[in-house]
Design a binder for this molecule. Structure first.
Ligand code: FES
Length: 125
């Protein structure tokens, strides 16, 4: 198996140093993903309207490091919100980024908050 380096690192809400304005509510379709750029990172942002929750993760799928996760299919596995990569259907938890197929690679996730119709994603710097 290829060993691709995943340079993304998850951010816990208590560690956020920068809340980056990703857009407004109308920029993100319901129950689908949108892609934003922060510094040199592409970040997928999901408006999980049917759960009334928002999630963000790296846009690069760690399977082949394709920039595709924002175009993936959202869903739930045992109550855990997940994203399925559109390329080969690997699935990841949007809560902790874990690989739900039991493989070792995972994704980085980021906190999201919505304030007055504006959507913010949290980063370390
Ligand atoms: S590139 Fe995402 S599952 Fe293969």
């Amino acid at each position: 198996m290829e060993n691709l380096i995943n340079e993304y690192q998850s951010v816990a809400i208590e560690d956020v140093k920068v809340w980056f304005k990703a857009g407004t509510l109308k920029d993100f379709p319901s129950n689908r993903g949108g892609c934003i750029k922060y510094k040199n990172k592409q970040i997928a942002v999901f408006n999980f309207e049917r759960r009334n929750e928002w999630y963000a993760c790296q846009n690069a799928c760690p399977h082949k490091m394709e920039m595709v996760l924002s175009r993936g299919m959202t869903g739930s596995a045992d109550g855990v919100p997940k994203i399925a990569c559109p390329m080969h259907k690997k699935t990841f938890s949007l809560v902790d980024g874990s690989n739900l197929n039991g493989e070792e690679y995972s994704i980085a996730t980021y906190p999201v908050k919505v304030v007055d119709e504006e959507v913010f994603v949290g980063f370390l710097e």
